[in-house]
Design a protein around this ligand. Structure first.
Ligand code: PMP
Length: 361
């Protein structure tokens, strides 16, 4: 007897996690494939998590009231406008489950965060990818024009993973004014802390002005808690109520809740680390450009190399040098900003590559 299976699941692509680097004797390996924070947790965050460990025989408090309140205070909003999840990827899934019916469309730019099409399909919705512009940005005009009566959720990833591009405030406002008010527009700000562009759209400001805007934030990137899984949405209270209904019960652990609270208390210290990573990103961008590599300006904690048909060759070179990067066949390579030592190693390989490969696009 065969095990029953949902139709089409055999064609369902699994989520691909950033690879670990290949070990090479005598060479320090660096994982730069998953946009992780290279710093270990802050001592205060580690202490808060450790203090919660003896109680892991108990279920977490499902409403996570203290953390929800702390996040609401942080942004000057009501706790009724905050929903938590096991990483912002789970919150993104909650949004799709809470808003779409089977066959409705979930729109996003492409290429963008690769979970969007997977989450949409898993929820029974239809992915609606809209190509990025030639310079790796969102084509918000094309996205607005492509909205159909079935389009119920639109993800706008700012800065965009993997290209690092930003959408401007005026552009997003024009977009929000042209999209029907009953479409939920999700501003996914997973990398917002690294975004120093003065003209950028700011999710919380858009949320204050437009009822159909949901903002996604994560503790995984700038706050270095990827392993604990904690993210949240800021949205209209009606949507938040529905997100809580479809959330996986007890998805946010007590350790994650404590780590989140301690991180909000330590924003000054975390900012110092963010500043270092942003400075490293600028250094890397200038050096890669000088080495002749097709690097795009980025406002995130990673850089995108537009290597097209030479992607595999360049990715192999990084791998041979014990550096794991994220390669998208025939498109390009995303490299996470790491410690200064890791970044120097990237630059060494990039300079070799510039000499070895055919002139890059
Ligand atoms: N949004 C974007 C744009 C991302 O790149 C990621 C992580 N790669 C996420 C959301 C999800 O992060 P997390 O679930 O760890 O919060």
């Amino acid at each position: 007897m065969t095990i029953p299976q949902r139709a089409g699941l055999e064609n369902f692509p699994p989520y691909r996690q950033g690879k670990a680097p290949r070990g090479i004797d005598g060479v320090t390996a660096y994982k730069l494939s998953a946009n992780e924070n290279p710093y270990p947790p802050l001592p205060s965050v580690l202490a808060a998590v450790t203090a919660a460990v003896p109680s892991i025989n108990l279920y977490p408090e499902m409403a996570a009231e203290e953390l929800t309140l702390a996040i609401a205070d942080r942004w000057g909003i009501s706790p009724d406008n905050v929903a938590l999840g096991a990483g912002s990827v789970e919150v993104a899934s909650q949004i799709i489950h809470a808003v779409t019916n089977p066959g409705d469309s979930v729109m996003f730019a492409w290429r963008s965060f690769e979970a969007y099409p997977l989450l949409a399909t898993a929820a029974g919705a239809t992915p609606q990818p809209i190509p990025l512009t030639a310079d790796g940005g969102h084509d918000l005009v094309a996205m607005a024009a492509a909205v159909t009566p079935r389009t119920k959720v639109i993800f706008v990833c700012n800065p965009n993973n993997p290209t690092g591009t930003v959408v401007g405030a005026a552009e997003v406002e024009a977009f929000l004014q042209s999209v029907p008010a009953d479409v939920v527009v999700v501003l996914d700000e997973a990398y917002v802390h690294f975004n120093t562009d003065p003209g950028t759209a700011v999710g919380i400001e858009m949320f204050r002005k437009y009822r159909n805007v949901a903002v996604l934030h994560t503790f995984s990137k700038a706050y270095g808690l990827a392993g604990l899984r904690l993210g949240y949405a800021i949205a209209a209270a009606e949507l938040i109520t529905n997100l809580r209904k479809v959330a996986v019960p007890f998805g946010v652990t007590a350790l994650a809740q404590q780590a989140g609270l301690a991180s909000l208390e330590a924003e000054g210290e975390l900012q110092e680390r963010i500043d270092v990573l942003v400075a490293e990103r600028r250094r890397m961008y200038a050096a890669l450009l000088a080495a002749g590599l097709p690097v795009l300006p980025s406002e995130a904690n990673f850089l995108w190399l537009n290597t097209g048909g030479q992607t595999a060759a360049l990715a192999a070179l990084f791998e041979e040098n014990a550096l794991s990067v994220r390669a998208f066949a025939d498109e390009g390579i995303r490299i996470t900003i790491g410690t200064a030592e890791a970044n120097d190693r990237v630059l060494d390989v990039a300079r070799q590559a510039a000499g070895l490969l055919a002139p890059l696009p």
